[in-house]
Design a protein around this ligand. Structure first.
Ligand code: PMP
Length: 459
């Protein structure tokens, strides 16, 4: 009897092979690659072209890095200029004309009364390196070791490097409530919620029996990014400044994601007008390439030579790309533009929410926007009054966005906040296209029969 041979599997397209090899060879910890199985081969501005020939509107922007979008001409020009000049690309932390120009441009964008009396430390290439440096700095300057941080905060992924090098005692972090309207930890939201959050912080610091170790510093994000796009109210920011100042606690503003115009001010601390003691800067300051620094009040500069070192702190291409980016954002008023366009997008998304009960909340500042996806039919859980977050539906929305050529990230405690971080160069037409595609994706996701997770299974 003749045995029918199984039909040979069709050959994989080149991009499918790349994706397959990636999943076989790269770590199980890979993140974006799981939900965004695309193989970018070309990019310009808001648009990425995949190896499969498809085009995508990129509202992830390298996790908020690309203030000017992909391959902006001024960035490419700055990089080419360094390459053509024959300047060394690797210089540790030596002085160079490229670095000199970067520091001059950076300082010109910072709050005047801060920049006039500030020092900059070039850290390792990632934001998390600069966060570690900020902690070390304030601990050296104050002689204290505790840290104050907020619920929902995200500051990076390093933990062990310093400890394993014998350079850090155990850091004890006290978590304080971050004010938020939606899912307010006190169940009240608004001004009253923010006032209560500030009161809690003050009380904890003054109560000798609160168990809070003497803090070397307080670190906060003016708009929490990974935590689900939670903008801090300006009044609360000013209270945090007063509370820390009167107790001689250095205030560290983590502007890794909010900086360089993203929120509608060049630096997001500008909204409240506060002047922090330390600013942590990365992402957009390198104009697409890795660069991270801390800038701080010179009185805190009690470090000994070599107290904070690292090999890759002199990336000349990143400094040149960063200088070009900072100057372009400043000269073209892109922070103000982000404020205006962001407000318009928030308004459109809020009116969309009326037709989509799965949209629990729309929030943001400038071009840092979040849309929280909930299960409108489920009863609120625990102490909350809002419908519970719906991670499965949020993941479906993300996939429906992708199939419509729109790249978005998910963030927040339950990965249920659809995050938009488009470049600041976004045009009005592009903004409309982004909102339209998201609206279509929401409608499609709502129609799809998605599996509901059992209560209590949220991570
Ligand atoms: N701080 C904030 C506010 C961030 O958003 C991030 C990254 N998303 C970091 C620090 C860490 O930066 P990196 O991933 O470059 O280490």
């Amino acid at each position: 009897m003749a045995v029918t041979e199984p039909a040979p599997a069709p050959p994989l397209a080149a991009h499918e092979g790349i994706l397959r090899r990636q999943s076989l060879r790269e770590s199980a910890a890979r993140t974006y690659a799981r939900s965004l199985p695309i193989v970018p081969v070309r990019a310009r501005g808001l648009t990425i072209e995949g190896a499969d020939g498809r085009r995508y509107l990129d509202c992830l922007s390298g996790a908020g890095t690309l203030a000017l979008g992909h391959n902006h001409p001024v960035v490419l020009e700055a990089i080419k200029k360094v390459l053509d000049s024959g300047a060394p690309l690797h210089v540790l932390d030596l002085a160079t004309p490229v670095k000199d120009a970067f520091v001059t441009e950076l300082f010109s964008t910072l709050p005047r009364d801060f920049a006039d009396n500030a020092r900059v430390q070039f850290c390792g290439p990632a934001g998390t390196d600069a966060v570690e440096a900020a902690f070390k700095l304030v601990r050296a300057a104050t002689g204290r070791s505790g840290l104050l941080a907020f619920t929902g905060a995200y500051h990076g992924m390093t933990a062990g490097a310093l400890a394993a090098s014998g350079g850090a005692e155990d850091v004890r972090v006290t978590r304080l409530p971050f004010p938020q309207d939606y899912r307010c930890p006190f169940g009240i939201g608004g001004e009253a919620g923010a006032r209560t959050a500030a009161h809690w912080t003050e009380n904890l610091l003054d109560d000798p029996k609160s168990g809070t170790p003497a803090p070397a510093g307080m670190i906060l994000e003016p708009v929490q990014g990974e935590g689900g796009v939670n903008p801090a109210p300006d009044g609360w920011m000013r209270r945090m400044r007063e509370i820390t100042e009167t107790r001689s606690i250095p205030l560290i503003a983590d502007e890794v994601q909010t900086g360089v115009g993203r929120t509608g001010a060049f630096w997001a601390v500008g909204h409240s007008g506060i002047v922090p003691d330390v600013m942590v800067l990365s992402k957009a300051i390198g104009g697409s390439l890795p660069l991270a620094v801390i800038v701080y009040r010179s009185e805190l500069d009690t470090w000994q030579p070599g107290a904070h070192a690292g090999t890759f702190r002199g990336n000349q291409l990143a400094m040149a790309a960063g200088t070009a980016t900072l100057a372009y954002v400043r000269e073209n008023g892109l922070a103000e533009r982000a404020g205006v366009l962001g407000a318009r997008m928030l308004a459109s998304l809020r009116s969309l929410a009326a037709d989509h009960p799965c949209v629990g909340d729309v929030r943001g500042r400038g071009l840092m926007i979040g849309v929280e996806i909930v299960d409108p039919e489920a009863r609120p859980q625990g102490t909350g009054t809002e419908p519970p977050p719906d991670p499965v539906l949020a993941a479906t929305v993300q996939q429906e966005c992708l199939s419509r050529g729109l790249i978005v990230e998910l963030g927040g405690r339950y990965s249920t906040v659809v995050r938009l971080l488009p470049p600041l160069t976004l045009t009005d037409e592009q903004a409309t296209a982004v909102v339209d595609r998201l609206a279509d994706a929401l409608a499609a996701a709502e129609r799809s029969p998605h599996r509901r997770l059992p209560t209590g299974s949220l991570r």
